[in-house]
Ligand binder design. Structure first.
Ligand code: E4P
Length: 219
C-alpha cells in the first residue's frame, strides 16, 4: 500500500520523506489555507516546493466548479510539474473534466467521494485515483471502511485501474484497516503515520537491552 501524506506543511512532508516511506502527497484548499498559502502565484510556487521534496504524485485541487474553468485551472496545475495530479471534486462537471484529462494523459484524483456509486462513476471516467473520505464518514456514524471494501469489490469485479486512495485517514487503525482491505493508497496526517511506530513493549524491550549492555560493559 502506498503511503501519501495529507498536508501542505513542507516541514511535515520533509519529515515523512526523511523516514523513507513516503510515496506522495495530497493537499486540499483547507490544508493550503492552514499553512497561510494564498494567491495564485504563491499557491503554484508551494505546489512546486512540495514536488521538489517528494518523488511521487502530488495532488493539487482545482477551485473551479464548472467544466471549462476546471480544464483551464487543471491544465495550469499540471504544467507545474509532471508529479502533479489534478484533484477534481465529485460533481457532474468534475466527471466530465476527469474524462477530458484522462483522454489527454493527465493524472486525476476524484475527491469528496462518499459512496460506491460515486466511485464507480469516477472509474468509468478514467480517474487515476478515487478518494473516499473514511474519517468524515466515521464522523457521521457511518463506517468508512465498508465503503473502501465496496469500492475494492467493484473495481476488482471489472478490472478498473483507478487506484483507491483512502482519504480522511485520521489514526493508525484506519491505516491498518485500509491495508487489510487492500486499498491501493492511504493518505493521512504525519501523526497517524508516526503512530505506527509505537508499541510499549518495543520501548521497554529496548530500555532493557540498553541497560543490560551498559551493566555488562561497565566493569
Ligand atoms: C483528501 O484528500 C483530503 O485532503 C483529506 O484526506 C480530508 O481529511 P479530513 O477529513 O481529515 O479533513
Amino acid at each position: 500500500m502506498k503511503f501519501f501524506i495529507d498536508t501542505a506543511s513542507l516541514k511535515d512532508i520533509q519529515e515523512a520523506q526523511d523516514l523513507g516511506i513516503l510515496d506522495g502527497v495530497t493537499t486540499n484548499p483547507s490544508l493550503m489555507a492552514k499553512e497561510g498559502i494564498s494567491g495564485k502565484n504563491n499557491i503554484m510556487r508551494h505546489y512546486k516546493a512540495i514536488c521538489d521534496i517528494v518523488d511521487g504524485d502530488v495532488s493539487a485541487e482545482v477551485i473551479a466548479t464548472t467544466f471549462k474553468e476546471m480544464i483551464t485551472e487543471g491544465e495550469e496545475l499540471a504544467e507545474i510539474d509532471e508529479q502533479i495530479v489534478v484533484k477534481i471534486p465529485m460533481i457532474k462537471d468534475g466527471i466530465k473534466a476527469i474524462k477530458y484529462f484522462s483522454e489527454r494523459g493527465i493524472k486525476t484524483n476524484c475527491t469528496l467521494v462518499f459512496s460506491a456509486g460515486q466511485a464507480l462513476l469516477a472509474a468509468k471516467a478514467g480517474a487515476t485515483y478515487v478518494s473516499p473520505f473514511v474519517g468524515r464518514l466515521d464522523d457521521i456514524s457511518s463506517d468508512g471502511m465498508i465503503l473502501i471494501e465496496d469500492i475494492r469489490t467493484i473495481y476488482d469485479n471489472y478490472g478498473f485501474e483507478t487506484q483507491i486512495l483512502a482519504a480522511s485517514v485520521r489514526h493508525p487503525l484506519h491505516i491498518l484497516q485500509c491495508a487489510k482491505i487492500g486499498s491501493d493508497v492511504m493518505t493521512g496526517p504525519l501523526s497517524a503515520i508516526m503512530a505506527l511506530l509505537n508499541h510499549p513493549l518495543t520501548d521497554s524491550g529496548l530500555a532493557k537491552f540498553l541497560a543490560d549492555h551498559a551493566k555488562a560493559n561497565a566493569k
